[in-house]
Design a binder for this molecule. Structure first.
Ligand SMILES: Cc1cc2nc3c(=O)[nH]c(=O)nc-3n(C[C@H](O)[C@H](O)[C@H](O)COP(=O)(O)OP(=O)(O)OC[C@H]3O[C@@H](n4cnc5c(N)ncnc54)[C@H](O)[C@@H]3O)c2cc1C
Length: 463
């Protein structure tokens, strides 16, 4: 058996097979190679491979299989915090595999494993199209989609995973495969929501939608008005608005960083973000109750679809962060009071953002073509996040975000969502339906019985 102690001696054999780079502990560039997007995560794998080709991915999988090591595939490391115990593991980074192709006739996009959403959005919006990107421009297309992929357009078009048409990958036996609804449909099903436990994905194909313009933007109020604004928002029943409309509510404590616009820098705010796939008049009618409260800033207007990648003001580059989240059912006025008491004025919250994203619409309608995650039973997802520049800050953010989640326990839905889960836990709790979880475990047993692939939210084999 090869261990990390002897990996160095065998490194030459692996290096000879790679177009990309193998980086070992102690090599120049080691710290940069092992770094995740979340700078608060200290990844200590046995080795890092910066893959450049599908052949590199095959080489790493075969090397790990033959030498009793494991493989953790990583696009950006946005969700690296649950990945632990990497000593016997090769961290297979796909950040150099970034090609993006669009067929403007079929509107199918093919993105290599390291492509970022901002890059896809830039490529497709030139053609009046939009992929089901999430809020952040530098989240990886593949990791996001394997977890489900909740976009501002998901109430209308479903999760990103439900728009996938084919996946190219390498399985634990070292075989390259292209899976779709007809070819290895079980594996295709598992990957669309079951995460990275089943194979190393080298490219993904998915549908983009005709969306040139949206009626979108922010309504911003001082945080002293958090209770009033969020209760007005809740009373609009955001999960039952037309599918074309997504309106989320959040409490923000913006850090005083120089690259943040002055109107937001260092301020505490309550913010509504609205996206409406329709014209100004129909959108404005829906937002009327919130506008009647007199927001201090109102940016909601007809805008190019590309602007959606900046709407949520996600960090422009890697940052240290910690978070917690909960899937929630219907919210009552008490739920809003509880949230504001724990995250708003007087709460001593260290959290940068606590947001409530509405689900419903297409996200509650199961369809035969869906993969392992196509819908949510929950009505809202709550995400609470803060900066974790020092270990003390990290501990404070973890403790407080945990308290917010605990406070909302009475409204909790019986499921999870791996993309927003940044702590390790039992993957069974992510899936409300035991049959779905059982099927995922059986597929894991069929394709990766030795548990070669180490995902951030691992599905154990059914053996
Ligand atoms: C600022 C920010 C904004 C976000 N916004 C949204 C949002 O709007 N909607 C939403 O749904 N989520 C959102 N997320 C969550 C995000 O989707 C998850 O963190 C997702 O896992 C990130 O994928 P990644 O590839 O960038 O990250 P990584 O940490 O690189 O990947 C996460 C996991 O995906 C798997 N994986 C990645 N690449 C491969 C591959 N090639 N083959 C096999 N498995 C692979 C692995 O198991 C890996 O551990 C956000 C996260 C952040 C930090």
């Amino acid at each position: 058996m090869l261990t990390v102690q002897t990996l160095e001696a065998h490194a030459q054999a692996l290096r000879a097979r790679l177009t990309g780079e193998l980086v070992l502990p102690g090599d120049p560039g080691w710290d940069e190679a092992r770094q995740a997007w979340n700078l608060a995560v200290d990844q200590q794998p046995g080795a890092v491979v910066l893959a450049e080709t599908t052949g590199d991915v095959v080489a790493v999988v075969e090397f790990a299989r033959d030498n009793d090591m494991r493989v953790a595939v990583q696009g950006t490391g946005h969700n690296a915090s649950p990945l632990t115990l990497l000593a016997d593991t090769i961290l297979l980074k796909t950040q150099r595999m970034r090609a993006i192709d669009l067929d403007p006739v079929t509107r199918i996009v093919r993105a290599e494993a390291g492509a970022l959403w901002g890059e896809v959005t830039a490529a497709v919006t030139q053609h009046g199209l939009f992929g089901l990107a999430g809020s952040s421009h530098d989240v990886g297309v593949v990791g996001y989609t394997l977890g489900g992929g909740l976009s501002f357009l998901s109430r209308n078009h479903g999760l990103a995973a439900s728009s996938v048409t084919a996946i190219e990958l390498v399985t634990a036996d070292g075989q390259f495969r292209r899976v779709d609804a007809e070819n290895e449909p079980d594996l295709f099903w598992a990957l669309r929501g079951g995460g990275g436990s089943f194979a190393a994905v080298t490219a993904i194909e998915f549908r983009a939608y005709e969306v040139a313009e949206v009626y979108a933007g922010m309504l911003v109020y001082p945080w002293e008005r958090a209770g009033e604004v969020l209760e007005t928002w809740r009373a609009m029943d955001p999960t039952r608005l037309p599918d074309e409309t997504t309106v989320l509510g959040r409490i923000l404590q913006v850090p005083p960083l120089p690259d943040i616009p002055e109107a937001f820098r260092g301020r505490r705010l309550v913010v509504i973000e609205a996206v409406h796939l329709g014209d100004e008049q129909s959108g404005a009618e829906l937002l009327e109750p919130l506008r009647a409260l007199g927001p201090e800033i109102d940016t909601v207007a007809m805008s190019p679809a590309a602007s959606l990648q900046m709407l949520h003001m996600d960090p422009p580059q890697p940052v240290p962060g910690a978070s917690d989240y909960a899937m929630l059912g219907d919210l009552t006025p008490d739920a809003i009071d509880t949230l504001v008491a724990h995250a708003g004025p007087g709460s001593d919250s260290p959290l940068l953002s606590v947001e409530l994203r509405p689900l419903g619409g297409a996200l509650e309608r199961p369809e035969a073509h869906h993969g392992a995650r196509g819908t949510f039973d929950a009505r809202y997802v709550m995400f609470a996040v803060g900066m974790a520049i020092t270990p003390e800050m990290k501990a404070a953010v973890e403790a407080h975000s945990g308290r917010v989640v605990e406070a909302m326990d009475a409204y909790r839905a019986d499921e999870g969502y791996s993309n927003f889960a940044e702590r390790s836990g039992d993957a069974a709790e992510l899936f409300a339906d035991e049959d779905v979880y059982g099927r995922l475990r059986a597929i894991k047993a069929g394709y990766d019985p030795e548990d070669l692939f180490r995902a951030n939210h691992p599905i154990p084999s059914a053996r």
